[in-house]
Design a protein around this ligand. Sequence first.
Ligand code: ADP
Ligand code: MG
Length: 501
Amino acid sequence: MGKKEVALVVCGVAAAALAAAGAAAVVRRQMWKSGRWAKAMAIVNELEDKCGTPITRLRHVAEAMTVEMHAGLASEGGSKLKMLVSYVDNLPTGDEEGLFYALDLGGTNFRVLRVHLGGQGKGVGKQEFQEVSIPPHLMTGTSDALFDYIAETLGKFVATEEEGYPFPGRDRELGFTFSFPVNQTSIASGTLIRWTKGFSIEDAIGEDVVGELTKALRRNGLDMQVTALVNDTVGTLASGRYYNPDVICAVILGTGTNAAYVERANAIPKWHGPPPSSGEMVINMEWGNFWSSHLPLTEYDLALDTESLNPGEQIFEKIISGMYLGEILRRVLLRMAEDAAFFGDTVPPKLKIPFILRTPDMSAMHHDESRDLEVVGKKLQAILEISNTSLEARKVIIKLCDIVATRGARLSSAGILGILKKLERDNITASGGQKSVIALDGGLFEHYMKFSASMESTLKELLGEEIANSIVIERSNDGSGIGAALLAASHSTYLQAPEES
Ligand code: ADP
Ligand code: MG
């Protein structure tokens, strides 16, 4: 062997050693990576397990809902379900007539509406509305500031009336949809029990919300009369019934969630008022505050609740509704970033900001059907400043969306089953084949298609084929505002004195 050859052999040995070392580093890196991946998957699997909603669990939830409904109707404070008496004992008939206003204060936005009611089956004529988002600082400021802002917006809207007000000498009348828990004291008055959905205006609690609104209207030079104060569920039920006599219940899935339904007046032991001539009363359940040991709760839900403005309250709402779904997802992603370096060696700072990931964005990611999951990539980049995610990571994120949304959707259906059970409309024998229509409204139900699809299929699954055909979910478009206008009309102060008009 010559010198050259020896050198070559030495070189070869060195190269082989180097290659081996490199390969070992790659393997080590892969092992480390797969270790992180395994950790991340363990977090996903645990979440899936804890959020599980097998049919037996849903039946337990429905059963608990029925039990709590009875308890809430039996006595004041008898349940976490307030089962508030709405004072609406007559739902719209179709005879409502005239020009009415409505104001719908929901959560994210408020709307002002002007509605022409045709009377005697002629239906709703011209409808005009304006939607305004509520400046965040007004959600935690003072009662006057919030109501002044509303009155001012309403004033500008009234000024756009084209044909003028058709009843000279009369005040304009207004139905007020106020989607927070209120102890109703008549059809047009009620005191605020507490705020939900991120509102916290201390000086409004315990006050008559119609009184507060009326004072603000006067301060802003508006002579309007509030003739109906309704919850959005009650408004949705009213407008649902106006269009379809089989509507028995309304459910809202928007920023928050709630339900109202028509109850037999003699099934409300805590009601000591005069028996309504119709024999019926609309009950605002405030089901967002429902709680049962059967609810599948996770560490993320508990932390979200603890850090919320209303800890211990609205637990059902906090695992179902639009205000919270995106935030639950953010919390899971943060844990994966912190404990499993899911997004690389550093935790993306934006991921630490509460409520930065909104449910509409979660929904957009969940519905991404592109091959590269482009929407997921873009949302992560735009909202969380996370770039270069692998396809595998994006798939995992879709799976997380699915786990969180499916739990919410299936629990919503269990809640509806609870109401149907209370009304004995969950089986063909008791219901006598009567049709039951549930009016559903809210941005979450309207826009999050995988959520609404899961809800509808779950309800069918829970009910069984035979009865499922006579129970229908009907989308109600912005029923809460129209419903308030209809109730303002049927409770008009000018109805008792027709000779004046
Ligand atoms: P509110 O409940 O405030 O009266 P909406 O019924 O319009 O108002 O619901 C608004 C809520 O609906 C938003 O806060 C959001 O959580 C949810 N939402 C709106 N658009 C979408 C969407 N595309 N996908 C999922 N959720 C949505
Ligand atoms: Mg609303």
